[in-house]
Design a protein around this ligand. Structure first.
Ligand SMILES: Cc1cc2nc3c(=O)[nH]c(=O)nc-3n(C[C@H](O)[C@H](O)[C@H](O)COP(=O)(O)OP(=O)(O)OC[C@H]3O[C@@H](n4cnc5c(N)ncnc54)[C@H](O)[C@@H]3O)c2cc1C
Length: 402
């Protein structure tokens, strides 16, 4: 939204993306702050009647793509990809805003406009790291068009909603939202490559979860220039969450993408099968219309499901408690949280023990913005992992002896 193009996204040594403002170009109009999802959601966007941790619902489904190639290469049930290809084919949209992991060794996901099946398929797979979707969002009137779809995380869609709300726009893109617990700083990629014993310069591309390795949810796939794909156990990805989660993710309530027309996630607790499957939430009548037509036409195969099964599989009760704990701790330390406008009645009850756990997580998260050298951060992460291993081995030895 910046009228003078003064803002760019810069990577910090800790592997976070931060907005940098060029003082020479900035006119201090304040538009960026008005739409910044890290600062607030526009007033009244959240309904006081709807549980913010579950979001509005029209109908909830589980299912998968009927296209074997999309399903095989997809992160969950390949639903995002099949839907976009079908919407393009039906001329419901002219283009889709998607995010690809390039093949050029940069290992930094790039958001782009896809107008063909090839480009949409190339964007398959979840990138659990920062993505600057804002860099390619259309400007001015173009953003208000209903002729495109975008796939985004909750924070991306918060930004879009803020803009559309300020512009009082009636037409808007089809918003396909992903369920999102968190991203990890880019440092996590370097860490996992180190763990694999591969030189960073030998790596061409990276897949956080590759179904070729063990089926869904899949181990990590590190693609080298010699065309070999190195398989690394998913336990390393899981471990990274504790060290590389940005603070901003701990402060985000919206794990279920409240404002999307259609929400897609893994079918945790619903249909955990090796080929992959998705949960699909239609939040608006437009979203429901698209999904029902896609199912009727055999583009997607699936069925409706009790929403509470999805929320239980996604551990919404725990996520409500985690959010309450982290935001309480952060505010008690004298900081503010993004102004989402969530009523206190939607908060969870928490104990001092919960606060202690999140005080530790926040302490670790606060380290990332202060990293000066990536090398030092990686050494610290390696040491932490090794100490954890030793501790676990000692505990199990102790248990055996007793
Ligand atoms: C950071 C992140 C965290 C997630 N956390 C959870 C979770 O906790 N629980 C859960 O059930 N599901 C989670 N998901 C969603 C899940 O991993 C799948 O992305 C989703 O189910 C869609 O799968 P699919 O097979 O239909 O998509 P595919 O057909 O594989 O297509 C994936 C689509 O996602 C887009 N995409 C990928 N990464 C990003 C990104 N970082 N930002 C914007 N767009 C992106 C691509 O452009 C592509 O269009 C998360 C996804 C991401 C990216």
């Amino acid at each position: 939204v910046c009228p003078s193009n003064a803002i760019s996204m810069k990577e910090t040594p800790g592997g976070l993306l931060q907005a940098e403002v060029c003082e020479d170009l900035c006119t201090h109009c304040g538009l960026c702050l008005k739409v910044c999802p890290g600062d607030h959601l526009q007033p009244d966007l959240l309904s006081s009647e709807v549980d913010p941790f579950k979001g509005p619902l029209r109908k909830v489904y589980y299912g998968k793509s009927s296209n074997p190639k999309h399903l095989r290469n997809g992160q969950s049930g390949g639903v995002a990809t099949t839907l976009l290809c079908w919407l393009l084919d039906q001329k419901y949209i002219d283009k889709a805003l998607v995010t690809q992991m390039p093949n050029d060794g940069t290992l930094r996901p790039v958001s782009m406009w896809a107008k063909s099946e090839k480009d949409i398929v190339r964007s398959q797979g979840s990138k659990y790291c920062p993505v600057a979707l804002n860099e390619v969002l259309p400007n001015g009137k173009e953003i208000m068009s209903s002729r495109y779809a975008l796939v985004g995380l909750p924070c991306h869609i918060h930004g879009v909603k803020n803009i559309l709300d300020i512009k009082r726009s009636k037409s808007r893109p089809l918003l396909i939202g992903l369920v999102c617990d968190r991203v990890m700083s880019y440092g996590a990629l370097d860490y996992m490559i180190c763990k694999a014993g591969i030189k960073r310069l030998d790596v061409r591309s990276f897949r956080f979860r590759n179904k070729k390795f063990g089926g869904w949810p899949g181990d990590i796939g590190i693609q080298k220039y010699d065309q070999n794909i190195f398989r690394l156990s998913s336990k390393h990805r899981q471990w990274c969450k504790g060290f590389f989660t940005p603070l901003r993710c701990y402060l985000c309530f919206d794990k279920m993408n409240y404002f999307a027309d259609i929400v897609l996630g893994d079918a945790w607790g619903v249909e955990e099968v090796k080929e992959g499957s998705s949960v699909i939430i239609a939040r608006t009548s437009r979203g429901k219309d698209v999904i029902e037509k896609a199912m009727l036409n055999g583009i997607l195969v699936g069925d409706t499901i009790d929403p509470e099964r999805v929320f239980s599989g996604q551990h919404i009760k725990l996520k409500r408690k985690n959010w309450t704990s982290s935001t309480t701790v952060w505010q008690q330390q004298g900081n503010s949280i993004p102004d989402f406008g969530i009523k206190q009645s939607w908060y969870s009850a928490i104990t001092n023990g919960d606060k202690k756990v999140f005080a530790k997580k926040i302490r670790i998260a606060c380290y990332l913005p202060n990293v000066r050298l990536r090398k030092v951060m990686l050494k610290k992460a390696m040491l932490k992992y090794s100490f954890g291993q030793i501790k676990r081995q000692l505990v199990s030895l102790f248990k055996k002896i007793w």
